[in-house]
Design a protein around this ligand. Structure first.
Ligand SMILES: Cc1cc2nc3c(=O)[nH]c(=O)nc-3n(C[C@H](O)[C@H](O)[C@H](O)COP(=O)(O)OP(=O)(O)OC[C@H]3O[C@@H](n4cnc5c(N)ncnc54)[C@H](O)[C@@H]3O)c2cc1C
Length: 319
């Protein structure tokens, strides 16, 4: 197959990818963006986004992402359906295979493939997602002010989510499957100081109850087998995220979970001309606005890289 040669390829269509597309298009890089299996990214599965600046009354996640897409199209981004299924970053230009068949050769590649929250897979979880069920306390905690909520998990993320919610909510039940937590000692000490957090050890979720919205959570003590019902309007799953970065393994430096490591203060990876932004490289903030911010960085870094490369090539030709 004859490869399609382009200047700038953007992989992913969440806030990071579309922001990179807006900046790259306006800089004249003629970017091609592949949307992947979830056009619009993670926000398309949420109801209300209340914390993205510029929307004083909030906006639905899908609507916001349609706006992102429209803005990228307005400046001429070539937006396409398709998944990047394979890459080869050993030579230059960078090779990316789309849907296992189409080959692209790109002078700069911006990775904005995001991450996926891990879910429990229990009864009621999917049905009540966005109606009490969430994977992000910073995003949704505000909707549960003064109410009782449940957090599931035993690591640092769960401890952080529980202590964040404790400031807003009346009561926070933290369900821990074993009789100890994996969270750091300091985070566990912090939990002990918060009087409205109750840790339920050896406890697993059986089912989420509620028709239109979450009303209660059926839990089971896995030591005694005893079941009980917690009345709660919020259920926060905090068992981790998985970055969508498998196809880049072996080429890019990553942490043990698969988050791409970028050079501090930039979106540059260990491979020249490959940039990473958004949740694919961020296991700390994981917000739409930070994803958009790093998307902007990636486009500006890519633009600088391409300009410098042009100068280098011109100098080589005249030498
Ligand atoms: C239920 C929920 C509610 C949330 N609410 C809020 C909120 O209120 N406020 C807030 O700030 N944040 C919220 N977040 C977090 C926010 O959605 C993320 O931080 C943000 O979407 C990350 O943007 P991103 O562009 O990095 O990646 P994502 O939004 O994850 O998008 C990744 C994109 O990459 C594509 N992709 C993946 N692999 C490939 C591939 N191989 N080839 C091509 N494309 C690929 C996907 O199709 C997708 O388009 C929420 C998250 C969830 C799950």
């Amino acid at each position: 197959m004859t490869p399609e040669k382009i200047d700038c390829l953007i992989i992913g269509s969440g806030p990071a990818g579309y922001t990179a597309a807006i900046y790259a298009s306006r800089a004249g890089l003629n970017p091609v963006l592949y949307q992947g299996s979830q056009p619009g990214g993670q926000l398309t599965i949420t109801t209300e986004v209340d914390n993205y600046p510029g929307y004083p009354d909030g906006i639905s996640g899908p609507e916001m992402m349609i706006n992102f897409e429209k803005q990228a199209r307005r400046f001429g981004t070539d937006i396409r359906y398709g998944m990047a299924t394979e890459v080869d970053f050993t030579g230059y230009p960078h090779k990316v295979i789309i849907d296992g068949k189409k080959e692209i050769e790109a002078n700069a590649v911006i990775i904005s493939t995001g991450a996926s929250a891990k879910w429990l897979g229990i009864d009621g979880e999917e049905r009540l997602n966005g109606r009490g069920v969430s994977a992000c306390a910073v995003c949704d905690g505000f909707f549960f002010r003064g109410q009782d909520v449940v957090v599931v998990g035993a690591g640092d993320t769960a401890a952080e989510e529980a202590s964040y919610l404790a400031k807003l909510c009346r009561k926070v039940y933290l369900l821990v499957r074993r009789d100890e937590m994996r969270a750091s000692k300091i985070m566990q000490k912090r939990l002990e100081t918060l009087p409205n957090i109750e840790i339920l050890w050896n406890t697993e979720t059986v089912r989420l109850n509620g028709e239109e919205e979450l009303e209660s959570v059926l839990v089971r003590n896995n030591k005694t087998g005893e079941e009980s019902v917690l009345t709660a309007t919020g259920f926060f799953v905090a068992i981790g995220h998985k970055p969508n970065t498998d196809i880049f393994k072996g080429y890019l430096h990553m942490d043990e979970t698969g988050y791409i490591q970028t050079i501090k203060g930039s979106s540059c990876t260990n491979i020249k001309g490959v940039f990473a932004c958004g949740d694919a490289q961020d296991n700390v903030y994981r917000q739409a606005v930070t994803a958009a911010g790093t998307g902007c960085m990636a486009a500006l870094d890519a633009e600088r890289f391409l300009v410098e490369r042009e100068v280098e090539v011109a100098m080589e030709e005249t030498a």
